[in-house]
Ligand binder design. Structure first.
Ligand SMILES: Cc1cc2nc3c(=O)[nH]c(=O)nc-3n(C[C@H](O)[C@H](O)[C@H](O)COP(=O)(O)OP(=O)(O)OC[C@H]3O[C@@H](n4cnc5c(N)ncnc54)[C@H](O)[C@@H]3O)c2cc1C
Length: 379
């Protein structure tokens, strides 16, 4: 049991670990029909009760407040089994936490219980073709017309594009105010003027695509929080989720280490198991040490978020930066230990090699995490 865990956390970890072993470890035959597999996973995660950890108890959730440690435990164990299961869980939290933070009573009542049960799939749409790391430069506009807003613009790299039931969309209601002019809206997927114009194929199976808003009219009741509060809502959402990206990385790295240990014992060359060579032993020792350091950083950051520890923002950036970079190294070393077998399409290492990569990019690249850490150091 980690020092940052209570008994509740250990129980949740045991529960999701067992569930993942029974439901995810067998793998899946093909990567076709990704959207259907994503929908099925949401149903399964809802039935298992895991999605309740994405919303507060008052709206069907597990705890009074959404807890970073719960998200991290779930993401670590799900990622260890199947990247898509981790993605689907994480997006329910990412797409609904803005509503938990800033929603009206009616908005919370309408969306959060459905997120918790899996009846509705959530999405978070901020990135644009010309606004990635620099989200404040986003160009999508929402122009007020009496009791309504008219949205125009393009969002890209939006996870759950095409399968989400609603999108939390960030658009400028006052472009002249730049970052302070961005507002958040909840846009139902069937709203006229909203179209999914591309399903983007990425390295690891992940439902993602481009949204186009063309004179898309939403009522004033779709505004989330006050006008101009959009980026504050977005950044506070990412403050919760950031360390959980590190947790998913830890899950991939844990699986890679387990696979490497097994393979080192089973594979024989030069008349002995390759695990008997010191060159392989050093790799395993380095992998296990990096993994442990990553895990401690992740759960320390999650504990700081949940319990009001010092500098949670800096800690979660450190956790995301270190865990995602370390996981990449661990997965790479494990694949090396597997030799040619590791690059065979369909081999678990080939899959993990692809699964781990995007974590260093989304929700703030490694470079952006370094800027956040340095800003805190120099302020
Ligand atoms: C799998 C996946 C899922 C995603 N899901 C979502 C989603 O659900 N919703 C959503 O809104 N977005 C999503 N994104 C988008 C993601 O958040 C962006 O890709 C990310 O923020 C980086 O933006 P960019 O790709 O435009 O890169 P850019 O910002 O163009 O960066 C390009 C390179 O320049 C570097 N760079 C940029 N600025 C600086 C700087 N100041 N100093 C040093 N280096 C810098 C970056 O680190 C990077 O290496 C997803 C992306 C991926 C890959």
């Amino acid at each position: 049991m980690l020092p940052f865990f209570s008994q509740d956390h250990s129980a949740l970890q045991a529960q999701v670990r067992l569930w993942a072993k029974n439901n995810l470890f067998a793998g899946h035959e093909s990567e076709d029909d990704l959207d259907q597999r994503a929908r099925d996973l949401i149903k399964q995660l809802g039935i298992a009760g895991f999605l309740k950890h994405a919303v507060p108890r008052q709206f069907g959730g597990a705890r009074k407040q959404v807890a970073a440690r719960d998200l991290c435990i779930l993401r670590e164990e799900l990622a260890r089994g199947d990247a898509l299961a981790d993605t689907m869980f994480a997006l329910q939290a990412l797409g609904s936490f803005p509503i938990t933070l800033a929603g009206s009573a009616a908005q919370k009542q309408n969306y959060l219980p459905r997120v918790a049960s899996g009846a509705a799939i959530a999405a978070f749409a901020i990135t644009e073709p010309l606004a990635g790391s620099d989200v404040a430069s986003l160009q999508t506009t929402a122009v007020r017309q009496d009791e309504q807003f008219v949205l125009n613009g393009t969002k890209r790299f939006i996870s759950n594009a095409g399968i989400a039931d609603f999108y939390v969309v960030f658009a400028s209601t006052a472009p002249e105010k730049k970052a302070k002019g961005v507002s958040a809206f909840i846009v139902d997927a069937n709203t006229p003027g909203l179209a999914v114009t591309e399903k983007t194929k990425v390295l690891s199976p992940h439902p993602i695509g481009v949204l186009e808003f063309t004179d898309c009219v939403v009522s004033q009741s779709a505004l989330l929080g006050a006008e101009g509060e959009g980026l504050k809502i977005a950044f506070e959402t990412l403050d919760l989720l950031r360390c959980s990206v590190g947790a998913a990385a830890v899950g991939f790295a844990q699986r890679a280490l387990e696979e490497a240990i097994q393979y080192s014992k089973a594979r024989r060359q030069f008349g002995r198991a390759i695990g008997e060579f010191q060159g392989i032993q050093f790799k395993l020792a380095e992998m296990a040490t990096e993994l442990e350091a990553a895990r401690l950083l992740v759960y320390q950051a999650a504990w700081a978020y949940d319990c009001g520890g010092e500098e949670p923002k800096q800690k979660s950036s450190m956790a995301k930066l270190y865990a995602t970079e370390a996981a990449q190294r661990v997965v790479d070393q494990s694949l090396q230990i597997h030799g040619g077998t590791g690059v065979v399409v369909g081999n678990i290492m080939e899959r993990l090699y692809r699964d781990v990569r995007a974590l260093r990019i989304y929700e703030g690249t490694s470079e952006i995490q370094k800027l956040v850490i340095a800003r805190e150091l120099l302020k």
